[in-house]
Design a protein around this ligand. Structure first.
Ligand code: AMP
Length: 504
């Protein structure tokens, strides 16, 4: 695979260039290649079934990248699992993927027994006595083999594993390195945990071009002073984040080209990029370009892009998400499956080589949203949009999938888990918007019999239960209790009524 060959070439031509920098630790290209070679050799001794995926658990440690490359060099895809994922969800991922191995990079032992997977500490692998041979490229994942599997929220309560092949990823990396100002040996910022595919937007374009990745940890995000000190030292040139994250940074007036003098390019993906944020960025960073990109995990990070110039800002009230990469076609279909006319809204369908082959082990779910068209994979995004002047405009979701602070989730998955609580008879989750953006989630609950005197005690008991199943970002901020959930005249739950009640 071209990407892996490029990383190998850099490990020889630029051995000392830092590949990945996390607080107090960094790894250069030579170390990255050699250590991942050791991991790959060790995995090969385990003789795992062909194609079986390996879970890699940790946060922003350089060993995460070492393990990812170790997996793919030994012919196995990896499943990145961030430390923010609760144990019960890890158990579901483990069952769904039937993975036989988890590499724990976090340094803290995991208090969990996985049904079919053995957990191995990264350090055990390092100290294992393995013959370190060169791992031949014939062992590497290639072509249609899975490179990684990222689990996203699923409406039935189980997360679903999006399979991304070597070809899918190569198509994405080619686009990033050809169509964006990514011309080699630059410093990239990584904000997103590896279990979200936004992290792929910096990780592999950086490694494919001999660049360095500067990682931001969750501890830094929680403490802006430390974050800003780190940013100042980072020499970041390519910024990749959600719009929500940069919005948080913009609240500090010192977030400007004095702090990051070398920054030349902002890449955004994952949620709506608001006009005022883009405007402020162009003012505070006059030498940087701002790109809006769009795409789901199922089509490998992103498939459309547009540079947000001052002209575009003056022209549109909601920003376009751009035009498709050249190997990809977009279709906009109405309810009857016919293509819509220019400027008419339809469901966005993505057709091209970066579209996944589907959800791991879920043929039913896969058939619902994936199909082939003229021999290429196609994906029904569930997003609404329209084209104008060859630019795609995003017009929201057609179902209950949402984005909150950049995180993708299915409201139905949260409802499923809340309804399982012993304190809950029925529940519905309602997103509360401010200026077209979801600010927080509210749970409207009909409680079951309980022993608590006060509502806040009930709320904290439910939240505690939820915390064992869902990551913190999926737990509603506000809880309201009702004797019954309001219904619309046609018998559906009246979400609008609940919204009004919350805001009253
Ligand atoms: P994820 O799989 O986490 O990348 O989430 C994909 C979803 O995020 C898409 O299907 C869209 O609903 C939304 N999304 C991605 N990029 C954008 C964007 N630039 N503007 C608005 N929504 C976006």
């Amino acid at each position: 695979m071209k990407l892996l060959h490029s990383i190998h070439d850099f490990s020889i031509s630029h051995p000392d260039t830092p590949a990945f920098i996390s607080p107090n630790r960094e790894i250069n290209y030579k170390e990255l290649w050699q250590q991942s070679e050791h991991v790959a050799n060790w995995i090969l001794t385990k003789r795992l079934p062909k194609d079986s995926a390996i879970m890699v658990y940790g946060h922003m440690e350089p060993e995460m990248i070492v393990s990812f490359l170790g997996c793919v060099k030994s012919g196995h895809p990896y499943i990145p699992i961030d430390t923010s994922i609760p144990l019960e969800r890890i158990d579901r991922i483990s069952k769904s993927s039937q993975s036989e191995l988890m590499i724990n990079v976090s340094g803290t032992p995991l208090e969990i027994n996985l049904p079919s997977a053995k957990i191995v500490e990264f350090n055990q692998i390092v100290s294992a006595n393995v013959e370190v041979d060169k791992v031949e490229a014939t062992n590497w994942v290639s072509e249609d083999d899975n490179f990684y599997i990222i689990y996203t929220s699923g409406s039935t309560g189980n997360p679903k594993g999006v399979q991304i092949s070597a070809n899918n990823l190569q198509s994405f990396v080619n686009w990033m390195t050809e169509d964006f100002p990514i011309n080699g040996q630059l410093c990239f910022l990584n904000q997103a945990p590896f279990s979200f595919d936004l992290s792929v937007m910096d990780l592999y374009p950086a490694l494919a071009t001999g660049g360095s990745i500067f990682a931001i940890t969750k501890e830094m995000i929680a403490r802006p002073k430390i974050l800003f000190e780190a940013l100042q030292k980072s020499k970041t040139q390519i910024w990749t984040s959600t719009p929500s994250f940069v919005q948080m940074c913009l609240m500090d007036p010192s977030f400007n080209d004095g702090l990051l003098p070398e920054l030349t390019c902002f890449l955004f993906c994952g949620e709506i990029l608001p006009v005022p944020i883009s405007r402020q960025l162009l003012e505070r960073f006059p030498n940087a370009k701002v790109f809006n990109t769009y795409g789901p995990t199922e089509a490998t990070v992103a498939v459309t892009s547009v540079e947000i110039t001052r002209d575009i800002l003056n022209q549109y009230q909601s920003l376009p998400v751009g035009s498709p990469k050249k190997d990809t076609k977009l279709l906009l279909l109405d309810e009857n499956g016919s293509e819509t006319a220019e400027e008419e809204k339809g469901e966005i369908i993505i057709v091209g080589p970066s579209v996944s082959k589907g959800y791991l082990g879920e043929s039913g779910l896969t058939e619902k949203v994936f199909f082939t068209r003229d021999g290429e994979m196609a994906y029904r995004t569930g997003d609404a949009g329209y084209m104008e002047n060859n630019l795609l405009f995003y017009k929201g979701r057609m179902d209950f999938q949402i984005k909150l602070h950049g995180y993708r989730m299915e409201l139905e998955e949260i409802e499923h888990h809340i309804s399982e609580s012993k304190y809950v008879k029925s529940a519905v989750i309602v997103p509360i918007y401010q200026n077209d953006k979801i600010e927080y989630l509210t749970a409207a609950i009909v409680p079951a019999k309980h022993e608590f005197e006060k509502e806040y005690q009930l709320t904290s008991a439910i939240k505690k239960e939820l915390g064992e199943k869902l990551p913190a970002y999926m737990i509603p901020r506000k809880f309201i209790y009702q004797e019954e959930l309001p219904m619309t005249p046609n018998g559906k739950i009246d979400r609008k009524h609940i919204k009004e009640k919350v805001l009253a």
